[in-house]
Structure formats: structure tokens, C-alpha cells
Design a protein around this ligand. Structure first.
Ligand code: GDP
Length: 179
């Protein structure tokens, strides 16, 4: 039997306050959801693994902003060595997509040039309150060369798939060689 290979990557979360960043991570890491707001202050990061095939597992080290989205720019230490970023907006808040576009520009200025960026529209369970169409967000993401997903942290729809799609894009062979 061949030994399973583990490749670890740092993923940062960005997006306007209350779009559901922590909830998306909670769904991915604990497969649960809570309606009340939990403080993100505490643990520096959470980890979760994704098996991408029979022999390889990607381990995500997920960094939450812990409320720092209020500041115009995050400390460069937050971006440092991040190989992936989840930029989250709320499909029921048009302004949160504008904020996501701002964070994407920041990442493209400050983060590693080969970082994998996923634009993620959260709260798809609230279809009747939708303010951002799939077409609008998707065409923006395509134009910028980003991955694009719609998810619901509440129902879990799309969450695992989103992390899996990011995992398969990561430079796994390079990461294993470096160790
Ligand atoms: P953060 O500030 O971006 O980390 O946002 P939170 O994860 O704290 O979520 C903000 C609020 O939105 C909380 O009241 C959550 O319960 C709610 N929320 C998060 N994700 C969803 C979702 O997919 N659907 C719905 N209906 N509410 C959500």
C-alpha cells in the first residue's frame, strides 16, 4: 500500500464584515452552522483536510481576519505565504461585492503573484433577497482570472466543493518537494 501524502497550504479569508466568512469556515471545518455571531477572536487559524485522490491529502490552514476588515489594509503578515484566498461576499448585499472587488485588488498588489483567489457568493439560501446575479459575479471573476462559487454556509450547499476545487489547483508537487 502506498503511503498517503499530505501537502499543507495557508488560505486567507477576506470580505466585508457579516458576509459569513466565519460561517463558511465553520461549515467546512465542523459541518455545522449557528445563527448567532460567534467571535472570531481566539484561535489564529483552523485546519481542515481535503482528500483530492487516493494518495494525496491537502491540509488547509485557514486564517480568519478576526474583524480586521474594518481597517483599510490588513497587515502584510496576514497575506504572507498565503497560497490561496477566499474572498467572500453576500449575494443579498450588492455593496459586499464591491468590497470583495477591493480586496481582490489588494491581494493582487500585496500577496504572492501565484496565489489562487476564489470569489465566493454566500447565503444562496436567501434567493428571494438576492441582489447580485450569478452572471454579474461570474463575468467579473472570469475577467480577473479567479475561481468563482456560490455557497450557503447555512445549508452547506457548495462549501465542500469550493474547497476541493481550490485544493486541486494548488501546487501540490512543489509543496511536497520543499519539505
Ligand atoms: P463574518 O463577519 O463575515 O465572519 O460573518 P459571520 O460568519 O459572523 O456571519 C454573519 C451573519 O450571517 C450571522 O448571523 C450568520 O448566522 C449569518 N450567515 C452566515 N452565513 C449564512 C448563510 O449561508 N445563510 C444565511 N441565511 N445566513 C448566514
Amino acid at each position: 500500500m502506498t503511503e498517503r501524502r499530505f501537502a499543507q497550504f495557508k488560505l486567507v479569508l477576506l470580505g466585508e464584515s457579516a458576509v459569513g466568512k466565519s460561517s463558511v469556515v465553520q461549515r467546512f471545518v465542523k459541518d455545522s452552522f449557528s445563527d448567532f455571531r460567534e467571535s472570531t477572536i481566539g484561535a489564529a487559524f483552523l485546519t481542515q483536510t481535503v482528500d483530492i485522490d487516493d494518495t494525496t491529502t491537502v491540509k488547509f490552514e485557514i486564517w480568519d481576519t478576526a474583524g480586521q476588515e474594518r481597517y483599510r489594509s490588513l497587515a502584510s503578515i496576514y497575506y504572507r505565504n498565503a497560497q490561496a484566498a477566499l474572498v467572500v461576499y453576500d449575494i443579498t448585499q450588492k455593496a459586499s461585492l464591491d468590497k470583495a472587488k477591493y480586496w481582490i485588488k489588494e491581494l493582487q498588489k500585496q500577496a504572492n503573484s501565484d496565489i489562487i483567489i476564489a470569489l465566493v457568493g454566500n447565503k444562496t439560501d436567501l434567493q428571494d433577497q438576492r441582489e447580485v446575479s450569478i452572471e454579474e459575479a461570474q463575468s467579473f471573476a472570469q475577467g480577473m482570472g479567479l475561481l468563482y462559487f456560490e455557497v450557503s454556509a447555512k445549508t452547506g450547499q457548495g462549501v465542500k466543493e469550493c474547497f476541493k476545487q481550490i485544493a486541486v489547483k494548488l501546487p501540490i508537487e512543489e509543496s511536497l518537494k520543499r519539505r
